[in-house]
Structures are given as C-alpha cells and as structure tokens.
Write a protein that binds this ligand. Structure first.
Ligand SMILES: [Zn+2]
Length: 209
C-alpha cells in the first residue's frame, strides 16, 4: 500500500526491502545495554548476600579472602563445628588447620559480625567529629606511579566512606554483608578475642571479639 496516494502499488521489491531493513532491530537496545552494564556493576559492587551469608552471584562468603592471621599472615577459611542446633560457623587460619605450625585459635563468624557491627555503630555515632576532620593529605610528589595510584584510590575510598557516614542517619541493627564488602579491605585476626578492621578508606579500627 502506498500511504500517500492510498493506492495499492505493485510490489517491485521496494516494500520487501524496506521491511527487511526496518524489522531488524538491534539485538539489544542502547537502554538495555546500559541496564546490563549497570547490572554488572551492581553485582561487582554489591554482591547480594543471601540470609545464609553466601553470595548469590559467587561462591564467596562475606569474610572470604578478607581475614588474615595476625600470627603467620595466612588467610582464614570457613569451617563448621558441632552438629544440629549447636553447630557453629568458625573461621580458622589455613596454616593452623593444615600444618599446625601456627597456633592461632579459630574465631566465630557471629563474633566477627557483631564486632563489625559495633565498629560501624561507633563510627556512625561519632560521625560528626569524623566528618569535620581534615584529611591528612600530605601526598606530595612521587616518582612511583603505583604509589600515586594507591593515593588516588584511597582518596576516592575516603570520599565514599564520608559520603556513606553523612547519609547514614541511624545506628545499624544487624550485620550487613554488602556494607562489609564495600568498606573493609581486610581484617587482621590478632587473637581469638581481638581483630583489627582495615577500611578501604585507610583507617584501622581495633575491636574485641
Ligand atoms: Zn596463622
């Protein structure tokens, strides 16, 4: 149909050609592409932990790869102790578990979660002072690009941390895996009753387990 003349025109191949060109939408639209990109970022930044503490997107737990032995430097691994109702989730120095060469005792997952919660609530509680504090930005010149990148990265993390604190209106009432992942670079386990939380922003906070 020719819509200008409202006359049926002989199909000389033009209509068919038009149809082919116009009915091939891109496999995904720009908007869909942007949405997919956002989803990738979301999964990277926010790992979507389920109630069991296990990530929905990876095989990791919140503490996976984050705990280090203050005694020997080894990473910690997750392990279960006991059965049924009395079962406890523990994190244990891999060196201790495999070789016995390190005498670090295991720590309870619940104790680590509660310790992080207390640390965060202390920080949120004193955020007024923290936010008005001037950054000790004595970066200076450096010949080493890696060190400079590290500074830039820390600066950005410090800004993110401050942004988080300034928008966090109330104290936290439960452990938040995503927040832990976002803010914490690592946790040094000093003993079965003491840990040091190392923030990506650069600050370190000691806490009793
Ligand atoms: Zn160890």
């Amino acid at each position: 149909m020719d819509f200008l003349s409202k006359k049926r025109v002989k199909n000389n191949g033009h209509a068919a050609q038009y149809y082919v060109e116009d009915s091939h939408p891109p496999i995904i639209s720009k908007e869909e592409f942007a949405a997919v990109q956002l989803e990738f970022e979301r999964r990277t930044n926010l790992r979507g932990y389920s109630k069991t503490g296990k990530s929905k997107f990876t095989s990791d737990y919140a503490f996976s790869g984050k705990l280090f032995c203050g005694n020997c430097g080894s990473k910690f691994r997750r392990t279960k102790w006991g059965r049924g109702k009395n079962q406890q989730i523990l994190w244990i120095c891999i060196n201790h578990q495999i070789t016995g060469a390190c005498d670090m005792k295991s720590v309870k997952e619940k104790a680590l979660e509660q310790a992080f919660l207390r640390v965060m609530n202390r920080l949120i509680g004193s955020k007024g002072a923290l936010l008005s504090e001037r950054d000790g930005n004595d970066v200076g010149q450096s010949a080493n690009e890696d060190v400079e990148c590290e500074w830039v990265w820390r600066d950005r993390k410090r800004e993110e941390f401050k942004a988080y604190l300034s928008t966090q209106g109330s104290l936290l009432d439960k452990f938040d895996e995503d927040l832990f992942q976002r803010l914490i670079e690592k946790v040094k386990i000093q003993s079965m009753v003491e840990a040091v939380f190392v923030f990506r922003a650069g600050n370190e906070v000691r806490e009793i387990l």
